[in-house]
Design a protein around this ligand. Structure first.
Ligand code: XMP
Length: 515
């Protein structure tokens, strides 16, 4: 295992993912993790992340100096390197010229850390401070035009520092450098593989759950589906999958999902048709937050009564992922006041909102995985691509895409339009180009003409976005012919919609969903 000590960098998670790409397990820990805890975890290597502070500021986050004495190889990245330098007696100061973006890296010592890294390769810089003087015993490994100390090492103590960010995609030699660190310097083996994870997870689940019964709320997304497959492998019929249809799913999806699970995967699913209950409670409600609250609340009620009906259960399975549980990330320190600021906001949408009184013990076998790793596990377990690659679909479903007050008719209209959109996007072969592609029914009627008849019907917005993680997004440049095809078919085939418009707002300032 390689531990990433996080000093508030936006890239800490990315470092962990990159290390895992080398098939070495890695975890992000707070920089305040006590030394005793680090010893207990016994990582084979430690990486100190970057961070927004300057090491010479009064309240800059520090690490325990005992870290340098552990005898575990350490790689400091940016702030992490500067911290190493400062604590070991070197000098860090504000650089004459800040350096942001690509820089050519000239290698002074092409051995261990830089084996197989090309001289003059591009590395990505983002710093205003620089190492002015190395601590004693350190040697220079590489430099750039603006940064004399771009990489340093104390070979016998196995302490390494790089000013650039090897983890970002623009750093061309970055992966080679990280591989050198984990394999040659830390002595890690490439053991973190999908097959090894599945085997271990199954063993852990069996040991934890024994012959007790487990309930899983299936949504049809990749996380809950992968979870279902994994648990079914581990405990067979002691797993009960429940699918709550709140009436806001996409056309044919609930039926298809239940059928797929039952007939192809031999995993029975208890289908709960709760559509009527939801729509009744939403009558007359148009405020988006209110709608979400009611849907969340009703979901819990249905969940409660159905789990009693199907139960009793001892455990509840949740598709919690690794990014949901990293607590330390974003624990930034305000250098002036010493206060912690900007804690990353993470919303966790699974069955997240279940109240305390639903006293299940939790099984969360995916909680050490990143999303792309979940996909790999799903694939390895035999999950079909249509689920593995499925675009995110919000828990409240079409309800937050029928703007304002919801009626069954409006949901049906949107469902038809959404179906056509999906068909056309699939047909174009571009489904995987978009983070999400969907339609939003606007609470606006406009005038149109069809044949010789005047129409007065709803307008529909198309939303196509690209994104890495849903936190930020750009509107996708969708080919005109695809837009034309979707628009034509919707206004011709869905009576009740006579106009289609395109949303060209990025996030921020817009959100992906309209409500
Ligand atoms: P926004 O609209 O906030 O959405 O830009 C970011 C991502 O989250 C999804 N989303 C939700 N997912 N329950 C969910 O399970 C929700 O209530 C919810 N709201 C938004 C959205 O589809 C996008 O992928």
């Amino acid at each position: 295992m390689v531990a990433i000590l996080d000093f508030g960098s936006q890239y800490s998670e990315l470092i962990a993912r990159r290390i895992r790409e080398t098939k070495v397990y890695s975890e992000v820990l707070s920089y305040q993790t006590p030394i005793a805890e680090i010893r207990r975890l016994a990582p084979k290597g430690i990486i100190l992340s970057g961070g927004p502070n300057s090491v010479y500021e009064a309240y800059a986050p520090q690490c325990d100096p005992a870290l340098w004495e552990l005898g575990i190889p350490i790689l400091g990245v940016c702030y992490g390197m500067q911290l190493m330098v400062q604590q070991l007696g070197g000098v860090v100061e504000r650089a004459e010229r800040a350096e942001y973006g690509k820089a050519s890296l000239f290698i002074n010592d092409p051995t261990d850390l830089f084996t197989n890294v090309e001289d003059g390769t591009t590395m990505w810089m983002s710093h205003a401070d620089s190492v002015l003087r190395m601590p004693e015993g350190f040697e220079l490994l590489a430099h750039t035009e603006n940064t004399p100390c771009a990489a340093i090492a104390h070979h016998t103590r196995h302490l390494y520092g790089v000013q650039f960010h090897p983890e970002v995609v623009h750093s061309r030699g970055g992966m080679a450098l990280l591989r050198n660190f984990v394999y040659h310097i830390c002595g890690c083996e490439p053991e973190w593989t999908t097959a090894a994870f599945i085997e271990e997870a199954i063993r852990e689940v069996r040991a934890r759950v024994g012959d007790k019964r487990v309930l899983l709320a299936l949504s049809g997304g990749v996380d809950s589906s992968t979870l279902a497959f994994l648990l079914h492998r581990a405990i067979g019929d002691n797993l009960t999958c429940m699918f709550i249809d709140q009436g806001f799913m996409r056309k044919n999806e609930p039926e298809r999902l239940v059928k797929l699970f039952k007939e192809q995967f031999h995993i029975p699913v208890a289908y709960v048709d709760a559509a009527e209950r939801f729509i009744v409670r939403l009558e007359g409600v148009s405020d988006p937050e209110q709608k979400r609250k009611i849907i969340g609340d009703e979901f819990i009620r249905v969940f409660e009564s159905e789990s009693q009906r199907l139960g009793p259960f001892d455990y509840l399975a949740q598709g919690t992922l690794y990014p949901d549980i990293i607590e330390s990330a974003g624990e930034n320190i305000d250098p002036k006041t010493g206060e912690r600021v900007a804690v990353k906001i993470k919303s966790h949408h699974n069955v997240g909102g279940l109240p305390e009184n639903l006293r299940f013990k939790l099984v969360e076998p995916l909680k050490r995985l990143f999303k792309d790793e979940v996909r790999q596990v799903g694939r390895a377990l035999g999950l079909p691509e249509e689920i593995v690659q499925r675009q995110p679909f919000p828990g409240p479903g079409l309800a937050i895409r029928v703007l304002g007050e919801i009626t069954k008719d409006k949901v049906d209209l949107l469902r038809e339009a959404d179906f056509i959109l999906r068909q056309e996007v699939n047909r174009s072969g571009r489904y995987n180009d978009y983070w999400q592609s969907f339609a939003v029914l606007l609470p606006v009627k406009t005038v149109g003409v069809m044949g010789d008849r005047r129409t007065y019907a709803y307008a529909l917005a198309l939303r196509f976005v690209t994104s890495e993680d849903g936190m930020t997004a750009d509107w996708a440049r969708v080919p005109y012919d695809l837009l034309e095809q979707i628009s034509n078919r919707i206004v011709n085939e869905v009576p009740g919609i006579n106009r289609v418009v395109l949303d060209i707002t990025s996030k921020p300032p817009g959100t992906i969903e309209w409500e």
